[in-house]
Design a protein around this ligand. Structure first.
Ligand code: GTP
Ligand code: MG
Length: 439
């Protein structure tokens, strides 16, 4: 142990009498004995193990393609969950988080499953809720990152590390729904396409089906996740496995006794499909690649590629840039000031516009009111005149009626007088006649 030999394990070069680290310009010193910083990797491992890990899987695929069964098979457990109904008006995302423990390593596993995917008559918008879900997880992480007091080490990272895309075992070609969805998701998540329920396809058909799927993905420019080949320790196995994509898997919750071992398998009248038998399906390949070899790379790619892209677009949308228009390095302070001034300017402009609009509206309202007042006055005058005319007419009528009444009264009294005189004269003549008769 220790650096008895000269220099670090990094390549060094001798320049001007000093040992210099290539490109860094700093000196490398030989150590006389053991110091102890070679335990740094162990410290990191211990810290990571005590913190635990998190891994988030999204299963996208039509209803009943065996998503839940495959998850149970992969993690050798039974996750709770009801089968989805086929009557969903749209696609929904169902997310469940579980704490798993293997040896002394803890894993917070989140499984997100699509509910009702492909069940609608119009499937055009099926990908949208998935994209929105992926973006929402990136946004939550970005918000945490932008906080002044951020606690990223205890933050539950819900960003999706891998999307297992379940392809129906049709043996023909990819459905347009599959192509469109994968195309929309490929810049946001690591996609591993898998042929679900592959026990439904014969061996020769499966080879052709895999070739067809791969060529369709390539011709449509769909970027699926490639197992990394830059790390020598896994380059060979990853290279081989890349050629096996998409994996043809079989899932089962049933355990059968095969030989003297209990194994996950599916039993049919004509035989048994052993899930973990590589001659029967690619389940073991998927489990190895996903969990044992590339889990950390999937987490890393999610952060450095997909999240980085989301973050960059989001920050650019908010007006942040790496260089200013004069190609000078970006200054957060200056950008903030510029944005603030721009915002204040816009605010002032808006305020002025609002004020102008308000004044204009007041003027309009005033004019409207004045007009209405004028109309009212005119109406009042008209009515007043009408009223006066009516009144005058009535007075004239009353006067003529009064005159008529008076004339009538005069005539009446004259007639009464005449009548009374007439009756008096009539009475005296009758008396005279009676007297003459008596004589
Ligand atoms: P939803 O959650 O309802 O969308 O369904 P799912 O995709 O989770 O499917 P699930 O795992 O519930 O499986 C549906 C049916 O398919 C069950 O009867 C499973 O036993 C069966 N199944 C699952 N995996 C396979 C497989 O690899 N091959 C065959 N033949 N059947 C399978
Ligand atoms: Mg399910």
């Amino acid at each position: 142990m220790g650096f008895e030999t000269v220099g670090f394990s990094v390549a060094c070069t001798e320049e001007g009498g000093h040992m210099l680290m290539r490109g860094e310009g700093c000196r490398t010193l030989p150590l006389a004995g053991h110091v102890g910083f070679d335990s740094l990797p162990d410290q990191l491992v211990n810290k990571s193990v005590s913190q635990g890990f998190c891994f988030n899987i999204m299963c996208v695929g039509e209803t009943g393609l065996g998503k839940s069964t495959l998850m149970d098979t992969l993690f050798n457990t039974k996750f709770e969950g009801e089968p989805a109904t086929h009557t969903q008006p749209g696609v929904q995302l169902r997310s469940n988080t579980y704490d798993l423990q293997e040896s002394h390593v803890g894993l917070k596993l989140t499984i997100v499953s699509t509910v009702g995917f492909g069940d609608q008559i119009n499937k055009e918008d099926s990908y949208k809720p998935i994209v929105e879900f992926l973006d929402a997880q990136f946004e939550a992480y970005l918000q945490e990152e932008l906080k002044i007091r951020r606690v990223l080490h205890t933050y539950h990272d819900s960003r999706i590390h891998v999307c297992l895309y379940f392809i129906a075992p049709t043996g023909h070609s990819l459905k347009s729904l599959d192509l469109m969805t994968m195309k929309k998701l490929d810049s946001k998540v690591n996609i591993i396409p898998i042929i679900a329920k592959s026990d439904a396809i014969s061996k020769s058909e499966l080879t052709k089906f895999k070739i067809k799927i791969t060529s369709e993905l390539v011709s449509n420019g769909v970027q699926i996740y490639q197992f990394p080949t830059d790390d020598e320790s896994v380059a060979e196995i990853n290279g081989t496995m890349n050629a096996h994509l998409p994996f043809a898997v079989v899932g089962s919750t049933e355990e059968l006794k095969i030989g003297n071992k209990m194994m996950r398998a599916r039993q049919y009248p004509w035989g048994t499909v052993q899930v973990e038998n590589e001659a029967h399906c690619d389940f073991v390949k998927l489990r190895e690649m996903l969990l044992r070899v590339n889990m950390e790379d999937l987490r890393e790619q999610t952060h450095s590629r997909h999240y980085e892209l989301y973050r960059r677009c989001k920050l650019e949308e908010m007006g942040f840039k790496d260089t200013d228009p004069d190609s000078k390095p970006f200054s957060l302070q200056e950008t903030y000031e510029a944005k603030r001034n721009e915002f204040l300017g816009e605010l002032q402009k808006k305020e002025e516009e609002m004020r102008q609009m308000f004044v204009q509206r007041v003027k309009e309202k005033e004019a409207e009111l004045k007009e209405a007042e004028k109309e009212l006055h005119e109406k009042f005058d008209r009515l007043k005149k009408l009223h006066q005319d009516e009144k005058k007419k009535l007075e004239d009528k009353k006067k003529s009626l009064d005159d008529e009444v008076n004339a009538f009264k005069q005539r009446k009294s004259a007639a009464e007088l005449l009548q009374s005189q007439g009756s008096q004269a009539g009475g005296s003549q009758t008396l005279k006649r009676d007297k003459e008769k008596k004589k």
